[in-house]
Design a protein around this ligand. Sequence first.
Ligand code: IMP
Ligand code: MG
Length: 373
Amino acid sequence: MIQIRDKKFVPFISADEIKSEVSSLAATINEAYADKDVVFIAILNGSFMFASDLFKEISLPSEISFIKVSSYAGMNSTGRVDEIIGLTTDIKDKHVVILEDIVDTGITIEKVKKLMWSEKPASIETCTLLFKPDAFREKEIPKFIGFSIPNRFVVGYGLDYDELGRNLGEIYQLKEEVSSMKSMLNLVLFGPPGAGKGTQSERLIEKYGLSHLSTGDIFRFNISNKTELGELAKSYMDKGQLVPDEVTIKMLRAEVEKNTAAKGFIFDGFPRTNPQAKALDELLSELGTNISAMLSLEVEEEELKNRLKKRAETSGRPDDADPAIIQNRINVYRAETEPVKAFYQDQNKLIAVDGVGSIDSVTNLLFKAIDSL
Ligand code: IMP
Ligand code: MG
């Protein structure tokens, strides 16, 4: 957490995430304007850092110019654009890409575009690092968007609070606006392979409006987007090693921070070990929230074996139906993952639910358990 003047801010988008998003925006623009005469116009002050990092990755022979619009002071967009200074570049017949740090109401961009059209450019598009869809009041959504974010005040990476905070390498959000996180419903859905976590988590997400955090999905996302953490994780996986907890936690942190507007989270496939459970507690408490409960689906071993066998056959992976493989998965679960239950039991947060019966009856047991929290 950081303090700027009278306000506290909490981490929101990491330097790593910004870096990888800027690269992918640059790649998109390089491709979209491959044979075109493009000129970049960045709106000062906020966009200087974004414009600089993006422009380094632009491979087109293009000019960049900076204009200034003064429309904004303090915490709320006034929706007023007073003046536009510095449009000296000739943009006639050129393809203009406006660079913005953030598009909020969209009023600034709209006025800038209007002014520019009188100079007869071939086209005008906007590229913004941040976009607040809930605050946007204009018709034309920016063509190139880095992150769509909740309607909350942010600072860092060029953006200021009362002119401070522009030097920060990552983006923070106003803590008081995140404090709604206190009332979040955060669930750990737990159980051995074959217990029905996937099916039941879908139903919980739908009923309680939760954001689904599956470490498997988060890994795949970071690896396919080649984020720094993704590359790091891959380097372990390529060697057949387990990804260290701190790497997993960092990825998870980034996902949690992106979704602070959610009603809560459901953690699926995580935490798998006691150190991970501890790290998750620390992460959530930094953000002013905590785990509400661990819901543990209890299914006895014979039933699990039958379910896994059936699932392997119908999913077209008959190898998984091998009893030795199934037994091994269950053994690993018992030895390494099951102890996490004790961690939550010690905090009085463990709720065991009978996972045998129809899917609907198990769902109802889970709903009851959650509603009684
Ligand atoms: P507009 O509402 O889209 O016209 O945005 C105008 C300007 O408001 C942006 O260029 C920023 O300078 C500023 N702004 C909007 N939201 C934020 C924020 O969350 N933090 C800091 N500045 C902001
Ligand atoms: Mg700005």
